[in-house]
Ligand binder design. Structure first.
Ligand code: MG
Length: 157
């Protein structure tokens, strides 16, 4: 088996949709980025790639490339799962935490688990999604950004 970790952070700005774990969350701000800036999905992708020692998302989906502009990160996650599968690995489980001062994510967590699980072709019971605040500390705590951490465990097919 192999373990991997992922981390990501994106700036919160006005006039962008907030998408976390493939779910559109009603909020006055959204995450800034070249793709849809789904910080949770990005952290999970890096955890999966890391576990298979397959570099990182910037290697496969460079932000300089026009074709990834506004990209649906769930589609990118599907590609990552495919890559990991080609290397002979299947996903045992993924766990993650989103660090956001606002909005309250609790009501959206089951939907995120379901969407992420579907993209990875695993059960929602294999996808941990947790939410916490940063206790008002630092840029995340001041509501300037949302960060996410993830780990993934892979098993030999
Ligand atoms: Mg990112």
């Amino acid at each position: 088996m192999r373990i991997g970790q992922g981390y990501d952070i994106h700036r919160l700005v006005a006039e962008r949709p907030l998408i976390l774990g493939g779910i559109r969350i009603p909020y006055e701000k959204g995450l800034l980025g070249h793709s849809d800036a789904d910080v949770l999905t990005h952290a999970i992708m890096d955890a999966l790639l890391g576990a298979a020692a397959l570099r990182d998302i910037g290697f496969y989906f460079p932000p300089e490339e026009e074709r990834w502009k506004g990209a649906d990160s769930i589609l990118l996650l599907q590609q990552v799962v495919h890559l990991v599968g080609q290397e002979g690995w299947r996903i045992a489980n993924v766990d993650s935490v989103v660090v956001a001062e606002q909005p309250k994510l609790k009501p959206h967590i089951p939907a995120m688990q379901a969407r992420l699980a579907e993209a990875m072709q695993i059960s929602p019971k294999q996808v941990g999604v947790k939410a916490t605040t940063n206790e008002k500390l630092g840029p995340v705590g001041q509501g300037e950004a949302i960060a996410a951490f993830a780990v993934a465990l892979l098993l030999e097919c």
